[in-house]
Write a protein that binds this ligand. Structure first.
Ligand SMILES: Cc1cc2nc3c(=O)[nH]c(=O)nc-3n(C[C@H](O)[C@H](O)[C@H](O)COP(=O)(O)OP(=O)(O)OC[C@H]3O[C@@H](n4cnc5c(N)ncnc54)[C@H](O)[C@@H]3O)c2cc1C
Length: 395
């Protein structure tokens, strides 16, 4: 019956929800929505979710508690070594707290596989270029699909926000990073963070030992120069970059102005960086992308399957306001003179602020740092990667 065959070939495939962007927010939302029983498609402009990753990909403990992630894609790092401009440093830690550095490309691949396993359809190389509402249904420009709901998880410069006249991110930090193989002088018990108003005005620079490579980068307030060569020259004698090999370079923008307004319209919501749901102080966005990706999927499923309220009404009260963090961002943008930073680092008040920022008020107290270090495997410069016990081996 050729007429019927022709019809099925050209009929648009209809989904309950189409998610734009297959990264942290979009993939977690897709998995959750599919598990709740929705038909889900994810549009991703890149040909592969793991390619051109634009993040350091460090997970705070709360992110690791939000979504369970295979240990072989991560390295557990317990402390933060915070350096001043003179390179004098203090070691910060909190018993029970940790960060996970990640093999980020593979982590995204794993999240994509999880979303597909639950039934979500992943359309790679499918760029969202606009959609129009026809009654209760959205039709997508250039794609033979329809949706009852659209979730924009397409990052800091969201095309979904542009298409539907939603709020856009206007304030950014700009990040630049290199990945090294063989940076054996890096003490892997710490995230190495550098405060320096000349080299990283408005934010900081970092050396982060990952499961496979070490990431070296910095972020600055937009409009200031992200001078990675200056940072490398400043810290070369500590880390010995010349002995290692650069395997990848990354750059990206981090929204720093808080949640965009409006962040939703009837049938459309933004999550993750698209919604500006990123801490303006620390630039951390993955935990919030996980959290609100899931929450958005719950709200859409409740609405479509169980006559729940419009998802944007269900989610609105939970969105962070970042009041204190926006004030802190303004203070950081002022970039303290370097001698003052060095001086501040010696004070208990500054250590208290730093501990609270890094460790989110959790786990502070308990055993002292020396006792804590005693419990960690020993490491000496030049030893290469620290294997943090079987549960954290890179595999
Ligand atoms: C240099 C740098 C370092 C960072 N380090 C950290 C860190 O260590 N820890 C942390 O918590 N946060 C970090 N962040 C922030 C964090 O990366 C983001 O908050 C997080 O990636 C947001 O996830 P997302 O899913 O909302 O968006 P994104 O990760 O930006 O993903 C958006 C996706 O949408 C796709 N897309 C875009 N446009 C379209 C379109 N038109 N059609 C289809 N697909 C599209 C993109 O290809 C991409 O896959 C960093 C950011 C930068 C720039």
């Amino acid at each position: 019956m050729p007429a019927v065959a022709k019809h099925t070939e050209t009929a648009a495939r209809r989904y309950d929800v189409v998610i734009v962007g297959a990264s942290f927010a979009g993939l977690v939302a897709a998995r959750t929505a599919a598990m709740r029983g929705l038909s889900v498609a994810v549009l991703e402009a890149k040909p592969d979710v793991a390619s051109r990753v634009a993040t350091t990909g460090i997970l705070v403990k709360e992110a690791a508690e939000e979504i369970d992630i295979p240990h072989w894609l991560t390295r557990r790092v317990h402390g933060v070594r915070l350096y001043g401009p003179s390179l004098a440093h203090v070691d910060l830690f909190a018993p029970g707290y940790f960060f996970l550095t990640t093999d980020t490309g593979r982590l995204l691949g794993w999240l994509a596989a999880e979303a597909q396993r639950t039934g979500a359809r992943l359309l790679l190389g499918a760029r969202f270029e606009g959609a129009e509402r026809h009654g209760e249904i959205f039709r997508f420009k250039g794609l033979n699909i329809e949706a009852r709901y659209i979730l924009g998880a397409d990052g800091a410069r969201s095309a979904v926000a542009r298409c539907f006249g939603l709020g856009r991110n206007t304030r950014f930090l700009v990040g630049l990073e290199q990945e090294y193989e063989g940076l054996g002088r890096t003490d892997p018990r710490f995230l190495h963070c550098f405060l320096d108003s000349r080299i990283a005005p408005g934010y900081l620079a970092w050396v982060a030992p990952g499961p496979a490579v070490t990431q070296v980068g910095l972020a600055v307030t937009r409009g200031r120069k992200a001078d990675l060569p200056a940072f490398l020259a400043h810290t070369r004698h500590i880390f010995g970059y010349d002995e290692a090999r650069v395997v990848e370079r990354r750059a990206g923008r981090i929204p720093a102005g808080g949640v965009v307004h409006p962040w939703s319209a009837p049938g459309v919501m933004l999550v993750g960086d698209a919604a500006g749901v990123v801490s303006p102080a620390t630039g951390g966005g993955i935990r919030l992308a996980f959290h609100f990706g899931r929450r958005a999927a719950h709200a859409i499923a409740d609405h479509i399957l169980h006559c729940g309220p419009a998802p944007e009404y269900a989610l609105a009260p939970a969105l962070p306001r970042f009041r204190a963090k926006r004030i802190l961002r303004r203070a950081l943008d002022l970039a303290l003179p370097n001698p003052l930073i060095d001086l501040a680092l010696t004070t208990p008040a500054m250590r208290w602020v730093a501990s609270h920022l890094y460790f989110h008020r959790r786990g502070v107290g308990g055993i002292g740092f020396d006792a804590f270090q005693e419990q960690l495997p020993r490491w000496r410069p030049g030893e290469g990667s620290l294997r943090n016990g079987a549960a954290n081996d890179a595999g």
